[in-house]
Design a protein around this ligand. Structure first.
Ligand code: KG4
Ligand code: ZN
Length: 355
């Protein structure tokens, strides 16, 4: 698309108070209206889980087509629910990446057209910074803090020095923890999205088996491929010992398997978070973010560890842990657009999944 034919307002000198944001990086179409980066006026979501469940995972082409079918209605619902008219919106924001290119394209094109129609500034947001910013919603958290970002695509440790200065301390060398949750769930024959299902089953079991906690050369990096492989081997062993001819295992064995997997995954994450903090002990606040931050054990064990270390743990509300547009609006609010960054002059379409 030739951006020259879409003249948009040039740089704004003040923070846009009310932001309408669009998030379509993966398989959920979400539009939100957020005031002052903290107060959610609406956060509407059209989930595609039922569509992709038929295939056991996300089909990118189907996701993009579904975004296209849902987006207009979701924009309208977000406006209606917020009680705002286009005149009340000060800026439009959208996720620029990382994500599925076809899905991003639908959200970015819609945001660009709305910004042009309403003559509002357009703010492009990095999806990962959106997850970090989910901790600002309905909260009084301010930087500096350490943030454990755990999603389906990323496992990262961030030093959030200020609203605009984020330093990556370490990350997974291979699989993301959410991805491993989903792969293990698929092996167990559970439906997509596997993470929350394993979490529920784990709460009914005891971590009575042994799975490995990864060691890495760099103190702040981590790894999950070893846990994935060892979990699959353990499941095969349990099938051989307790399974029916069809391969299913008794519920109590399944619950104990899930509890062991969850216990090991959470210990791996919190060991590294503690290591990051030992290297940055002057920082007295931690946060967790991303879809896996909804995990019950990560939240309770994270809280226990934070108390032992004498720091404060911030967790996002459960409704904004997984992908949603309110977190994109929060990140957009704290982005230095008013300093003269004219996002619409960047080629958001070319940047797409490369970010
Ligand atoms: O942040 P998100 O919605 O999408 C990405 O940016 O990837 O995260 C989705 C991931 C999935 O892997 C899902 O299984 C996982 O978050 N997840 C959970 C829980 N809720 C969502 N994993 C473990 N326990 C949960 N309660
Ligand atoms: Zn995400």
């Amino acid at each position: 698309m030739d951006t020259a034919i879409l003249p948009l307002p040039t740089c704004t000198l003040h923070r846009p108070r009310t932001i309408l944001a669009i998030e379509t990086s993966c398989d959920d179409t979400s539009v939100a209206v957020v005031r002052d980066g903290r107060h959610i006026l609406s956060n509407v979501m059209a989930s595609q889980v039922a569509l992709h469940n038929q295939y056991g995972g996300i089909i990118p082409e189907l996701a993009a087509r579904q975004h296209m079918e849902s987006i207009n209605a979701v924009v309208q619902a977000a406006l209606d629910e917020s009680g705002c008219s286009p005149a009340d919106i000060d800026a439009v924001a959208c996720t620029m990446g990382p994500g599925l290119l076809g899905s991003l394209l639908i959200g970015c094109t819609t945001a660009k057209v709305l910004a042009w129609l309403w003559q509002k500034p357009l703010i492009g947001v990095n999806h990962l910074q959106g997850h970090v910013a989910s901790n600002y919603l309905a909260s009084d958290l301010e930087p500096p803090f350490l943030c454990l970002l755990v999603s389906g695509g990323h496992t990262q440790f961030w030093h959030v020095a200020s609203y605009t200065e984020h330093h990556l301390l370490g990350e997974t060398l291979d699989d993301a923890v959410g991805e491993v949750y989903d792969k293990v769930a698929r092996t167990l024959g559970l439906s997509y999205l596997g993470g929350p299902i394993i979490d529920t089953l784990a709460q009914q079991g005891t971590p009575c088996y042994t799975l490995p906690i990864a060691r890495t050369k760099q103190a702040y990096d981590t790894s999950f491929s070893g846990l994935k492989t060892a979990s699959l081997r353990l499941f095969e062993r349990l099938q051989a010992e307790h399974g029916t001819p069809e391969g299913s295992i008794p519920p109590e064995v399944l619950h104990n398997f899930c509890a062991t997997f969850q216990h090991t995954a959470v210990r791996t994450l919190l060991k590294k978070l503690e290591a990051c903090w030992q290297g940055h002990a002057s920082i007295q606040q931690w946060a967790i973010a991303g879809g896996v931050s909804a995990n019950s054990l990560l939240r309770s064990q994270g809280q226990a560890l934070a108390e032992r270390c004498g720091v404060q743990l911030h967790v996002p509300k459960l409704s904004v842990c997984t992908d949603n547009a309110a977190m994109i609006a929060a990140a957009a609010y704290y982005q230095p657009l008013w300093q003269g960054v004219e996002v619409w002059e960047q080629d958001i379409f070319a940047r797409g999944s490369a970010l």
